[in-house]
Design a protein. Structure first.
Ligand SMILES: [Fe+2]
Ligand SMILES: [Fe+2]
Length: 422
């Protein structure tokens, strides 16, 4: 069985690299400002989680894959090192110019090393992953033009070379004696606020005054509101789900001992939220909304980042998501009046995804609580998280001033004009 065991061992290593990529690449999501780059990273994280899942499934058919989901310390150290950069683009350059190409080489090595007929089931997977990895490198390229991993990149390269590549398939070069692992000395911290690049920002997009806020709460369920205004409002709501992308992205890194199944579902959740945000991002300009005048709300991230990972996840799934259904149902009915098939479709998929997210919440909240030693009943935990959220909102909630004056930014009144009802 030595031949099988050897290939299973390589699969285990590939699984661990993909897994650790998911846990650490997510830290860049709140740090980068470009909206479409955030979306792309969510997509890559989801696809990488998929690679890990299929490798694990195949690996478990083979003798020697090993039990459990944990990642070995040597991989963890390299990835930990690569996220500790001041400029997130430099970090991404390290990921995409050094760590991911090394993964591509590792997959190629697997193909060469295995028997094409005997190990055909693995071969099919690896061939597909090679196509994905090459595509990932192409897709990221426009965002990293002119960016180099530079000096820090040399360090990560050195670290990886000391392993002889992810699979030890190359000769290893020992690290210089004075090599210092920054990751072992400085703990990583998520940013206090999330980056939105050149986009204008504010604390919240939700309010009651149509001269101040783009999402006017009282309009959404008011039968007198024109359906075209409702459609614009829900697209803004969806686009603002980018905040969920940014705060959910922080949970992966913070739960290094989570099962892979949990991270797999979180990766799906993350990618779903990025697509929901993209629904608004892609549709709004078609209706004449100038996105450079639409402020992004940062409040939820700014508050949640001060809460523990289980509290963050509890607020997201058990409060924000679970309580959004009644309003969204009314909105879906109103939008249907417009005979806008695409809008109906987007909202239907959003609803379906959100139902799944609440299911994830029920499945994983007790597990994340356990990881943080929270042993009481889940309901009580959710209640105390809500109370703490409200308390923290006083300190961190309304701290982001409007980037734009009220007469320049998109508000409810602007939407009336765009919809042609004012
Ligand atoms: Fe969503
Ligand atoms: Fe959701």
């Amino acid at each position: 069985m030595a031949a099988v065991q050897e290939m299973a061992r390589l699969q285990r290593m590939l699984f661990e690299v993909e897994r650790e990529f998911v846990r650490t690449a997510t830290t860049f999501i709140p740090r980068v400002g470009e909206v479409e780059l955030k979306y792309l990273l969510c997509q890559h994280v989801w696809e990488s989680a998929g690679h890990a899942r299929f490798i694990r499934e195949r690996g478990r058919e083979m003798s020697g894959f090993g039990k459990g989901d944990s990642v070995c310390e040597s991989y963890r150290t390299v990835f930990e090192e690569a996220i500790r950069v001041d400029d997130p683009l430099v970090g991404l350059a390290a990921f995409y110019q050094i760590l991911k190409p090394a993964l591509l080489s590792a997959y190629r090595h697997y193909l060469e090393a295995t028997h094409h007929l005997a190990d055909w089931p693995s071969r099919k997977l690896v061939e597909e992953f090679i196509v994905d990895e090459k595509r990932h490198l192409n897709e990221i390229e426009p965002y990293l033009e002119g960016v180099e991993a530079g000096e820090s990149g040399e360090r990560f390269k050195g670290a990886l070379d000391s392993l002889g590549g992810w699979l030890g398939e190359r000769e290893s070069t020992p690290l210089p004696e004075d090599f210092k692992w920054i990751g072992k000395e400085i703990p990583y911290r998520h940013p206090e606020t999330c980056n939105r690049g050149d986009y204008p920002v504010c604390s919240s997009a939700y309010g009651y005054d149509p001269a101040e806020f783009p999402i006017v709460r009282s309009w959404m369920e008011d039968p007198k509101t024109d359906a075209r205004v409702i459609r614009l409002t829900i697209y803004i709501w969806l686009m603002m789900e980018l905040d969920a992308v940014d705060y959910l992205a922080t949970v992966f890194y913070d739960t290094p001992d989570a099962s892979f199944d949990m991270h797999f579902d979180l990766a799906r959740h993350l990618w779903d939220e990025s697509r929901h945000s993209a629904f608004g991002y892609k549709q709004l300009p078609k209706f004449g909304v100038d996105l450079s005048k639409l402020e992004h709300s940062l409040e939820l991230y700014n508050i949640l980042i001060h809460m523990s990972p289980p509290e963050r996840y509890a607020m997201m799934t058990m409060e924000f998501e679970a309580s959004s259904f009644p309003t969204k149902a009314i909105i879906m009915d109103r939008v249907r009046e417009l005979n806008d098939f695409e809008a109906d479709t987007l909202l239907a998929f959003d609803r379906n995804d959100e139902q799944q997210h609440v299911r994830y919440g029920h499945r994983w909240l007790p597990e994340i609580m356990k990881l943080f030693g929270e042993e009481g009943p889940v309901d009580a935990f959710v209640e105390s998280a809500k109370a703490r959220f409200n308390e923290l909102a006083k300190t961190h909630g309304t701290k982001t001033p409007h980037s734009l004056p009220a007469d320049e930014r998109i508000t409810g009144n602007t939407l009336l004009k765009i919809a042609g009802v004012a």
